[in-house]
Design a protein around this ligand. Structure first.
Ligand code: SAM
Length: 543
């Protein structure tokens, strides 16, 4: 039911009108209606919400107090005696009128359409489309940048606690240029303009049936005609994609490179064949000196070039316009530094860079391990592997394998590595990669000792950390970066270590039990076979 929310009265609401607050007295569950007996208290849902089997109905307005934050840009309200409610456009501590947008058997989703008691962290959203029923791209524009980072830190800590049993205070660090609040002119930098805005170097615009390129509503296919996107990098905004007619296209993808270089951008049209069949004509508009845009094939580069130039970690990088690169101009450098700090590579070290993209992290460790070391990157996108090989051609000790990570680690063809980096997509590590890291089955005599896990999803990070810690790894450090200001997204770098003796113990245990000889200087005692966590290890020389 994308974009259209039936009102409480059973009628249909125009998509653009979802955010409007209808007179609450006229709606079921009105804020003015008295709470039902037994549901009094600060979190009591106002009004007769018990309709049929569902405690909430879509279109209903409910007055609730927001308790905490949840993964995905939501806040949580727990109206007494009622299912939990996930509310967007709210902040912890606020009392709001929540307009119910979706009801499931266990919870409801809602939008805060009226703020009755404001959080001190609330600000006016810089973009007029960041509002209930508006653009789904940003989640936290209504909070100060500092508060956004605290919310993200709370979510990371929450996921670690719930999914991995790790109690850890988390700080989300701003990236250069995003340190202060919006409006502080002294902080405007060349990197990203106004703090928190102007950072997004890659944007995918959705195109509606009339050829208008915009952004999608939250959990909706509806295309919002935003005109301009304030979090987009100035170079993206200068291309004025929403200003053109994109009839016949399904999406328009824009990417701009960070290095100084002519025409360092790409505009790619992804065609919607279904729309053409229905008789939509394609209108194109010429750009100054350009050949105009065409949507005749499935994916067509219509402007700019196929490879972008990026600058990070003191090097120039060539990256396919369709391939992966961090979208915040300062992210690649910040993450590279965090990976280096997690691994502490030394000359002669062996390194594995899983999900390596165009080779960023491989390239950062390569000069430090030197020609006596070896770095192997694994990536399944052939264009990215080609980029990586070209980017790091000056380091003959760096090799790239084009493969699915799960397959590469299962086949046992990867060289042994003391240091491992993984930067998977949101789904997290392939289970085979987790098993590989735990078992060190490729080289039990030289198992990995340090692991830098770069993650853009706190939930899958926590899930994988739970498995890795259970398998003998220790979480030494976790840094989190606000690489996506105004949105709920956050980038983490977890530093894990595994004492060599534990890795050896596990490997030996797998291959033949504890009768295997241990390396000199280490004593490994078994304190319970059922739970592998119960291995105790001590340095015999220290006894
Ligand atoms: C988050 S990006 C990281 C890229 C690189 N580390 C960087 O920072 O530029 C994840 C990369 O993993 C690749 N990828 C996703 N799933 C994969 C898989 N199952 N096997 C191998 N590579 C995969 C994607 O193509 C993408 O390049």
């Amino acid at each position: 039911m994308p974009g259209v929310v039936p009102s409480a009265q059973g009628g249909r609401r125009r998509p653009g009108a979802v955010g409007g607050v209808a007179p609450v007295a006229a709606r079921a569950g009105s804020v003015n209606a008295p709470p039902e007996p037994g549901r009094e208290g600060p979190d009591a849902a106002s009004g007769p919400v018990q309709q049929g089997d569902a405690p909430f109905t879509v279109g209903q307005d409910v007055e609730v107090t927001i308790e905490d934050v949840a993964q995905g840009g939501w806040c949580v309200a727990r109206p007494a005696g009622l299912p939990v409610m996930f509310v967007r456009h709210a902040l912890p501590g606020e009392r709001v009128v929540a307009h119910v947008t979706e009801v499931t058997a266990k919870f409801a989703r809602a939008d805060a359409v009226d703020i009755l008691r404001e959080s001190p962290d609330r600000v006016k959203a810089p973009c007029p489309h960041a509002r209930p029923g508006g653009c789904g791209g940003c989640d936290w524009q209504h909070a100060t940048l500092a508060a956004q980072r605290s919310l993200k830190a709370a979510v990371v800590a929450q996921q670690l606690r719930r999914l991995a049993g790790i109690d850890r205070e988390v700080t989300v660090e701003p990236l250069p240029g995003d340190g202060s609040e919006i409006g502080d002119a002294s902080e405007i930098t060349a990197t990203s303009g106004t703090p928190g805005l102007g950072w997004r170097t890659r944007v995918q615009f959705a195109v509606d049936r009339d050829g208008v390129a915009g952004l999608r509503g939250h959990r909706s296919h509806r295309v919002i005609d935003i005109g301009d996107c304030l979090i987009a990098h100035q170079a993206v905004r200068d291309l004025d994609i929403p200003g053109d007619d994109w009839s016949g296209a399904a999406t328009v993808e824009v990417a701009v490179g960070g290095a100084e270089s002519t025409e360092n951008f790409a505009v790619t049209v992804v065609e919607d064949a279904g729309r053409r069949q229905k008789g939509h004509t394609q209108k194109t508009k010429s750009r100054q000196g350009g050949s105009g845009r065409s949507a005749n094939s499935k994916r067509t580069l219509v402007e700019g070039r196929a490879y972008l130039a990026e600058r990070a970690a003191g090097r120039l990088w060539q990256v396919s316009a369709e391939g992966f690169w961090q979208v915040h101009p300062a992210a690649a450098d910040a993450l590279s530094q965090a990976v280096l700090a997690a691994l502490d590579p030394k000359p002669g070290d062996t390194v594995l860079d899983l999900y390596c993209g165009a080779g960023l992290f491989a390239g950062v460790v390569a000069p430090l391990v030197g020609q006596d070391g070896a770095v192997t990157g694994v990536e399944f996108d052939s264009a990215a592997v080609k980029n990586a090989r070209q980017n790091l051609g000056d380091f003959p000790w760096v090799k790239f394998e084009r493969s699915d990570v799960a397959r590469a680690v299962s086949e046992g063809s990867l060289p042994p590595a003391r240091l491992v980096i993984a930067d998977p997509p949101r789904a997290g590590l392939a289970r085979e990669a987790v098993d590989y890291l735990i078992a060190a089955r490729v080289a039990p005599e030289r198992p990995a000792e340090r692991f830098a896990y770069v993650s853009c999803d706190p939930a899958t990070l926590a899930r994988d950390l739970a498995l890795l810690i259970d398998g003998g790894w220790t979480l030494e450090n976790l840094r989190a970066f606000d690489a996506f200001p105004m949105t709920h997204h956050v980038e983490c770098v977890a530093a894990l270590t595994r004492l060599r003796c534990v890795g050896l113990a596990r490997a030996a245990f797998r291959v033949g039990g504890l009768g295997v000889a241990w390396p000199p200087g280490h004593v490994v005692a078994e304190a319970g076979i059922a739970d592998q966590q119960a291995f105790l290890h001590q340095d015999a020389e220290g006894l």
